[in-house]
Design a protein around this ligand. Structure first.
Ligand SMILES: Nc1nc2c(ncn2[C@@H]2O[C@H](COP(=O)(O)OP(=O)(O)OP(=O)(O)O)[C@@H](O)[C@H]2O)c(=O)[nH]1
Ligand SMILES: [Mg+2]
Length: 331
């Protein structure tokens, strides 16, 4: 475990790309223990100058869309090109996807063993938000450890998807076709977040369905307002199983990166993301501090009860709580 005396050494090892140190650093940053907070902050401060060099990718898809299979093939393609690849899998143990960590061990075997790769599951910490917020810091650690491409993977449910979209440069939605999947996929919010839509399982009897889905996604994209003037999101198809279409996905990502780097958008996005992160964390922290006061918590619970019993309107309840906060903490 990293401690105050070994911190400098750990940072040095981390920068050399030592994977054991990276894993230890992640454990420290993930820790909720009050004793680890100061050290964790120190570590993140120390690595800050060495972050920002990697390409940050996000990938989302419903359970079973083929994320693990795709990342295995895609990751190995990057490795063969001499790039170091880190995968941060947010919330793979959620009840929805059910036990995928085991699945990943069997599906990302090659990548898991590759010299230049690092795979890290981020277990759901009770509420989805927590896990994906931490993922941002894990991503920075990977950058300091000299990874060229950092991929944050998330299951396509709930807010974790939005949060991941807001911590990466390029956000990829991995889809499947048939059985109404494309209707599911054309959820407005997701379509507007995605920079690339990749329809997987373009093989066997499925190919016709994939062609139809591709057309639907393309039509939908043309109706929607673009996220960036300089980039029209693309729809690609691939078969992770048969290892086809994967190069084309990498090519599209590279085009995206070039386009947004040239326009200066990539840099601007990262600045905005950092500020947004601080804003959200501050709000969370403020709430946390407030509820840490036993007297506030008690008053809050009492007010809830009064509202429940109809003794108080919700509006009046809010005013009482607000006055309590004003009176106790700001006067
Ligand atoms: N036919 C076909 N099957 C695929 C393809 N890619 C993945 N699969 C299969 O789809 C199933 C789910 O694949 P995974 O890679 O585990 O999917 P996932 O998105 O990681 O799923 P979760 O981890 O549960 O969210 C497996 O049985 C894969 O073999 C593909 O390109 N073609
Ligand atoms: Mg998986």
């Amino acid at each position: 475990m990293i401690n105050a005396t070994t911190l400098a050494d750990s940072v040095r090892l981390l920068r050399l790309g030592d994977r054991a140190t990276l894993a230890q650093a992640m454990t420290l940053v993930e820790s909720h223990h009050p004793r680890h907070q100061a050290l964790s902050t120190q570590l993140l401060d120390a690595i800050m100058p060495f972050t920002g060099r990697a390409l940050r990718l996000g990938i989302t898809g419903t359970p079973g869309a083929g994320k693990s299979t795709f990342l295995e093939v895609f990751g190995m393609l990057l490795i063969r090109r001499g790039l170091r690849v880190a995968v941060i899998a947010v919330d793979p143990s959620s009840p929805v996807s059910g036990g995928s960590i085991l699945g990943d061990k069997t599906r990302m075997t090659q990548l898991a063993r590759a010299e230049g790769a690092f795979i890290r599951p981020v277990p759901s910490s009770g509420h989805l938000g927590g896990a994906s917020q931490r993922a941002r810091e894990l991503m920075l650690l990977c950058e300091a450890a000299n990874f060229d491409v950092v991929i944050v993977e998330t299951v396509g449910v709930g807010q974790s998807e939005t949060e991941v979209a807001h911590m990466v440069d390029c956000f990829i939605s991995l889809q499947t076709a048939g059985g109404g999947d494309e209707i599911q996929g054309i959820k407005k919010g997701l379509m507007e977040m995605a920079d690339l839509i990749v329809i997987n399982k373009d093989d066997g009897d499925n190919r016709n369905q994939v062609a139809i889905a591709r057309h639907m996604y393309e039509s939908a994209l043309h109706i929607l307002r673009r996220k960036y003037d300089e980039w029209q999101p693309r729809v690609l198809t691939c078969s992770a199983l048969e290892k086809r279409g994967i190069e084309e996905v990498w090519q599209a990502i590279s085009d995206f990166q070039t386009r947004l780097t040239d326009s200066g958008r990539l840099k601007k996005n990262r600045q905005l993301q950092a500020v947004d992160w601080l804003q959200k964390q501050t709000e969370e922290e403020a709430l946390h501090l407030l509820f840490a006061h036993a007297d506030f918590k008690r008053y809050f619970q009492q007010t809830l009860l009064s509202v429940k019993k109809n003794d108080l309107s919700p509006r009046a309840g809010l005013r009482h709580i607000s006055e309590f906060i004003q009176h106790h903490y700001f006067e």
